[in-house]
Write a protein that binds this ligand. Structure first.
Ligand code: URA
Length: 211
């Protein structure tokens, strides 16, 4: 597994405002959206392309276009939805599939409650959106799900990660370099409730309120 921490002053600035407990939901949503676009730029560095012949007003030249099959963006419901617009802004031609995974707060195990993905993901590059890589259980389940359907490689975009989650994911996927995690920061640790410390709290609640 490859881990990429987006080390950039704008990323650090936006993340700091997201962490602040005084940031309200509308501001949180807007900043999460902007941060995802910055992460998406890093995450798509290896997106597949093909050469294409074009004519500029001046001359013929060879350019670059995204290859087929199109990349698939997979937000993990519910909090991953808050990352979707920021991702598709950079990848407007990507298709979007949805995966609903819920974490049992007692066992911290992830189970699937919704699946709206193409049956066959052969040859597909997938971009999973999940804001918080905490225990790693949700992401490991999602990545397994996508590879079982034939996905070619999987990049997870997370606003924040815990070292425990990164390690758990490494244990789950081994040295498979078809898996990449791109995040704004790896924090100190997980607390006893499974929250990232210092983190930013419950990402779903901060995006959408406590429902
Ligand atoms: N999920 C969240 O929303 N926040 C955390 O800190 C951990 C998991």
């Amino acid at each position: 597994m490859r881990l990429h921490i987006a080390d950039h002053p704008l990323v650090a600035h936006k993340l700091t405002v997201l962490r602040d407990e005084g940031t309200d939901s509308p501001t949180f949503r807007r900043l999460a959206d902007e941060l995802v676009t910055l992460l998406a730029y890093e995450a798509t560095r290896d997106v597949r392309t093909t050469d294409v012949a074009i004519r500029t007003p001046v001359a013929a030249t060879t350019g670059t276009r995204l290859s087929s099959p199109k990349p698939l963006v997979v937000p993990i419901l519910r909090a991953g939805l808050g990352m979707l617009d920021g991702m598709t802004r950079l990848l407007p031609t990507a298709e979007v599939g949805f995966l609903g995974l819920v974490r049992d707060e007692a066992t911290l195990q992830a189970t699937t409650y919704a699946d709206r993905l193409p049956d066959d993901l052969s040859g597909r590059q997938c971009y999973v959106l999940d804001p918080m890589l905490a225990t790693g259980g949700t992401l490991a389940t999602a990545i397994r799900y996508l590879f079982d359907r034939g996905a070619d490689d999987v990049t997870a975009l997370c606003l924040l990660a815990a070292p425990e989650g990164v390690e758990a994911l490494r244990d789950a996927v081994g040295d498979d370099d078809r898996v990449q995690v791109v995040t704004a920061a790896v924090d100190e640790r997980l607390d006893e409730r499974g929250y990232i410390v210092p983190g930013l709290g419950d990402a779903g609640d901060r995006l959408y309120g406590v429902v």
